[in-house]
Design a protein around this ligand. Structure first.
Ligand code: UDP
Length: 343
């Protein structure tokens, strides 16, 4: 059986490809490399640089590679960017998935694990968020994912043997334990990478996007989950995927940390001071997000291996120290902003 991984050159996709290969699966990666990195795809996987919107080529690949199941990561995933410029989100994410589903039908592939998001919940009525909470996104990224969830439900209703499992990620963070793969976004907008880039001296300070939220310290709270734990959930979902499957699961640790708590933890892990500056809120950000992971634990037997924010940030720090400029410019450890010696 060959698994097609869309977006397999991206941050989460590449970590998942690695786990699939380690588990003995045959993997075919497609990625348009608009944000992914060819270097992140291991040589054991076949690779095709194509765009999701190219239904014809997608269909050819699914047939020639004898694809049986799809794991669909490929997406644009910046909340702020989606507010500033929504159409690429609907085009790449939503229309891209229509193209993928068409190609699947044309090549008789009928099972898919889909990367959805906690952004589909909008501002949740209660925390932790359960899978049956109302879904009213407050940014185009969340809508682009919610439309896909509805398409999957409709396909399962109308097309015989169409099965799906949608995984709603909370905030994915960290890097694989041996530092071989990591997080290399351009532009980088995420909180933990930006903290670590500040610790490395690549930017002079951290910008806190809003400190007037209704939380204890006024900054947003998010549930950070290690990328390898997210990928482990995909392998379990793949096993649980049947022609009848129509399920959604949250993946998160079950509790959140504020932006200020993340920055303080990053200071402890790196031994570097991380100067901060307060800026206005970023449009599209809900104040608090934290997952109930009870359903995925109960039904798929998933549980996180990385249970502390410190461990998660340490794994990312390992990558950023050895790859201060990402995949293309791997260097030694001297950064010009060496950690203070606390001994
Ligand atoms: N954030 C921040 N400064 C940054 C990046 C992010 O204050 O440089 C905040 C952001 O407003 C949000 C939280 O950190 O409340 C997590 O943002 P991130 O972009 O990492 O993930 P998202 O929640 O958007 O998926």
């Amino acid at each position: 059986m060959t698994i097609l991984v869309t977006g397999g050159a991206g941050y989460i996709g590449s970590h998942c490809v690695r786990q699939l290969i380690a588990a003995g699966q045959k993997v075919c990666v497609i990625d348009n490399l608009s944000r992914g990195h060819r270097e992140a795809v291991p040589p054991q996987a076949s690779f095709f640089q194509i765009d999701l919107l190219d239904t014809e080529q997608l269909t050819d690949i699914m047939k020639s590679q004898r694809i049986e199941k799809v794991i669909h990561f490929a997406a644009l995933a910046y909340v702020g960017e989606s507010v500033e410029n929504p159409l690429p989100y609907y085009s790449n994410n939503t229309a891209g998935t229509i193209s993928l589903l068409r190609a699947m039908r044309q090549s008789r592939v009928s099972q898919i694990v889909f990367s959805s998001s906690c952004a589909t919940y909008g501002i949740p009525a209660s925390i932790p968020v359960t899978e049956d909470s109302p879904q009213t996104p407050i940014n185009p990224y969340g809508w682009s994912k919610l439309f896909i969830e509805q398409m999957l439900i409709d396909c399962a209703h109308s097309y015989p043997n169409f099965g799906f499992i949608g995984l709603r990620y909370f905030n994915v963070a960290g890097c694989t334990h041996d530092g071989a793969l990591g997080e290399d976004h351009n532009p980088e907008t995420h909180l933990i990478p930006n903290c670590l880039k500040t610790a490395l001296g690549q930017q002079s300070q951290m910008t806190i996007l809003g400190n007037d939220y209704p939380t204890a310290d006024g900054t947003c709270i998010r549930d950070y989950i290690h990328v390898d734990d997210i990928c482990a959930a995909h392998l379990l979902a793949l096993d649980a995927l049947t022609p009848e499957a129509q399920r959604f699961y949250n993946i998160g640790l079950g509790h959140g940390y504020s932006v200020l708590e993340v920055i303080k933890t990053a200071e402890r892990v790196t031994g570097c001071e991380i100067p901060i500056e307060y800026h206005p809120r970023r449009p599209g950000d809900p104040p608090v997000l934290a997952a109930s992971n009870e359903k995925i634990s109960r039904e798929l037997g998933w549980s996180p291996r990385y249970t502390s924010l410190e461990e998660i940030i340490r794994s990312a720090w390992n990558w950023f120290q050895t790859h201060p400029h990402g995949y293309e410019h791997k260097t030694g450890s001297h950064t010009g902003n060496e950690p203070k010696d606390h001994s």
